[in-house]
Design a protein around this ligand. Structure first.
Ligand code: MRU
Length: 380
């Protein structure tokens, strides 16, 4: 997508400098555009843990590049394999909810292992630098695939928006929560991909952007993205969605997902569940846009099985804002009041109208998900 007319991705490598990976440090948006250089696996882990980057698909791709950076640091270390596994563990620990993280690390380990299949002792013969080069090539491949996956989510999502427009013959009002935009993926976004593509196709759209306390990903990031692309939008406090829905001001909800069980339960940013409840009460379609890489094929019960990240309570107690020259962080609550900061909640499959994936739209139900992804069906 574009920033002030210049094409950007959320993560990239300069082919002339293979010793670093670049990201947009999202903590500074929307008021400053800061590009950060990741040079080590520690840099990558910090960027994920401290949310310089965030959003399930981007967390995964950053971890994939983190594995490459770990390889670079190891060089031709005789203990390369063991140390790389340790680096994978460090990355895996950074944020627990988004399944894309462990998926991407697995893909990197697999790309090293796979090369050995059917070939004798290839693994033993490969040098550290050769393995590192394989990790770089694979990270770039995963990033490209993520772009195409998100583009296809948009292709499949646009007809939903078009159908509402054709019936209504007026602007389609879409509510979204958190940031499931291009800043949460490599490009296009998940929930925003149908929005951008519908907007590009000339369908009049207006987006209600939930502010998404406490880190305000909606107010800071989604609003900024949509503004850069010229999509009409309005930021609303998190507790406004139900009111908007009761007054016929929302036609469709589209949110993202950090992890979706094979049965269709969705973990997404805290507060998503409440929007799904309000949508159900008001008969408004509630869709989740997600790549197949956000589906956890091993889980059947989101409430019981998806780990929910708990973050620093100070993210609730303090608020950060721009004073016209620089960011300031101020205390919002009584000094001694405790706070708790759950990062995500679970929206049960029964509240989800459908899943918009890169392979098409399906019901939030095991049989329907497996129709799109038959390779994950249990062998009978
Ligand atoms: O804590 P965050 O900002 O990483 O949470 C992000 C979300 O919950 C997104 O909605 C989700 O990752 C989908 S991103 C395409």
């Amino acid at each position: 997508m574009e920033i002030k007319g210049r094409a950007f991705r959320s993560i990239w490598m300069d082919p002339a400098n293979l010793s670093e990976v670049k990201i947009i440090d999202e903590r500074h948006l929307p008021h400053e555009l800061v590009i950060e250089r990741l040079l080590t696996v520690k840099d990558a882990a910090t960027a994920i843990r401290d949310m310089h980057i965030r959003g399930a698909p981007l967390i995964g791709i950053t971890a994939a590049f983190g594995m490459y950076l770990a390889g670079l640091e190891l060089g031709d270390d005789p203990d390369y394999d063991r140390k790389l596994m340790a680096a994978a563990d460090v990355l895996r620990e950074t944020r627990p909810t988004a399944v894309n993280l462990s998926w991407a690390i697995e893909q990197q380990l697999l790309c090293l292992g796979r090369k050995t299949i059917g070939t004798k002792n290839t693994r033993a013969k490969r040098t550290g630098p050769e393995k590192t080069e394989a990790l770089r090539t694979n990270a770039l491949k995963l990033a490209e695939e993520d772009v195409e996956i998100c583009r296809m989510i948009g292709v499949h999502g646009v007809p939903l928006i078009r159908e509402i427009y054709e019936k209504k013959e007026d602007t389609v009002n879409i509510l979204t929560h958190c940031n499931a935009g291009w800043l949460a993926t490599v490009d296009y976004g998940t929930a925003t991909s149908p929005i951008y593509q519908a907007h590009n196709a000339g369908i009049p759209i207006h987006v209600w952007v939930d502010e998404t306390r406490p880190r305000n990903q909606g107010a800071r990031l989604t609003a900024w993205e949509l503004g850069q692309h010229g999509v009409p939008h309005t930021i609303v406090p998190d507790n406004t969605g139900g009111h908007l829905m009761q007054h016929g001001l929302v036609d469709l909800c589209i949110v993202g997902s950090d992890r979706t069980t094979v049965t269709g339960d969705v973990a997404n940013k805290i507060g998503t569940y409440l929007k799904a409840l309000a949508a159900r009460d008001n008969g408004i379609p509630f869709y989740v846009a997600l790549p197949g890489t956000s589906i956890d094929w091993t889980l059947k019960d989101g409430l019981k099985q998806i780990p929910i990240e708990t973050r620093d309570p100070d993210e609730v107690r303090y608020i950060k804002g721009w004073d016209g020259e620089k960011y300031q962080r101020v205390l919002l609550t009584p000094e001694d009041s405790p706070a708790i900061n759950y990062g995500f909640d679970i929206t049960p499959a029964r509240l989800v109208s459908g899943l918009i994936t890169e392979r098409g739209i399906c019901e939030a139900a095991e049989h329907s998900i497996l129709t799109l992804y038959p390779e994950f069906a249990p062998i009978a």
